[in-house]
Design a protein around this ligand. Structure first.
Ligand code: IP8
Length: 271
């Protein structure tokens, strides 16, 4: 491969939350219009060296919960549950890929369960050779939270946020953009508390304090909701990689964030 063709820009990691691309109130409900709009915005921004990770929403989470996949293998009937959870994630990913490719984006899906093994829920090995070549050739790799094999538990779930964190550190990302269904990071759950205050800027120290105050996982979100998200973000911020949390349900917010333009969001930096 010619050197001139290789991309030298540090990657941008974009996470699209499951609550953005699916309707969490109904199992297996995709928001195809939103996915198409996001594909259009991603195409319009044409960000160099982009990696996308999406969440599970009403595809992965209800099944993972029904079959207690996070906790690992305990009984045979969980096995079809593992297969189903992984399968519905490939279905959601397929719909997401459809939209990207239909918008002329050279996106290629990387199936986490085929290249990752975890140990007690944390990534232990990650075969990243295909991902590296995709980046070199200026493809857009797309990964997602998935049901994966685990060297201690048999199997478990990895969140898209854990993937974002490991990818950002492995590839020394320039920045991380996290698209969620609220305007940023708040001191309380903005969906439950009207008085919740949104942060425009947070330092690592303030994020650590906030993390200790945030509510622990809800029953719906097997990977820990906002609490889990912040826990995964701490090491990347420590690494000096800035994180922007932005509302991906609002038109052009992801586009503006990708372009580095001013948009309502929470920016988290080391200092
Ligand atoms: O929505 C979880 O990914 P997340 C994926 O990023 C599954 O936490 C399979 C529940």
């Amino acid at each position: 491969m010619k050197e001139s063709r290789l991309r030298r820009v540090k990657p941008t990691i974009l996470k699209i939350g499951g609550s953005v691309i699916t309707d969490k109130s109904k199992e297996l409900q995709v928001r195809m219009q939103t996915i198409n709009r996001l594909a259009e915005e991603i195409h319009k921004a044409s960000t160099k060296n982009l990696i996308i990770v999406h969440g599970g929403g009403s595809f992965g989470h209800p099944l993972a919960q029904r079959y207690s996949i996070v906790e690992g293998f305990k009984e045979d009937k969980q096995k079809t549950g593992f297969s189903e959870t992984h399968h519905v994630m490939t279905v959601l990913n397929g719909l997401f890929m459809d939209a990207l490719i239909w918008h002329n984006i050279p996106a290629v899906s990387i199936t986490p369960s085929s290249c990752i093994v975890t140990k007690n829920g944390r990534i232990q090995c990650f075969e990243d050779a295909p991902l590296k070549i995709l980046l070199k050739m200026a493809f857009l790799p797309v990964l997602y939270g998935d049901a994966v094999l685990d060297s201690k538990l048999g199997f478990t779930i990895i969140s898209g946020d854990q993937l974002v964190s490991i990818l950002a550190i492995k590839f020394n990302a320039e920045r991380i953009i996290i698209g969620v269904d609220v305007d940023g990071l708040y001191d309380e759950d903005p969906k439950a508390e009207k008085s919740a205050k949104m942060f425009k800027y947070l330092t690592l120290e303030k994020l650590k304090k906030l993390h200790s105050k945030l509510d622990k996982p809800t029953t719906y979100d097997v990977t820990g909701g906002m609490f889990g998200k912040v826990a995964e973000l701490l090491p990347v911020i420590e690494h000096g990689i800035p994180v922007t949390i932005v509302n991906a349900t609002k038109p052009n917010y992801i586009y503006k964030a990708l372009e580095g333009r001013k948009v309502k969001s929470t920016l988290i930096g080391k200092e």
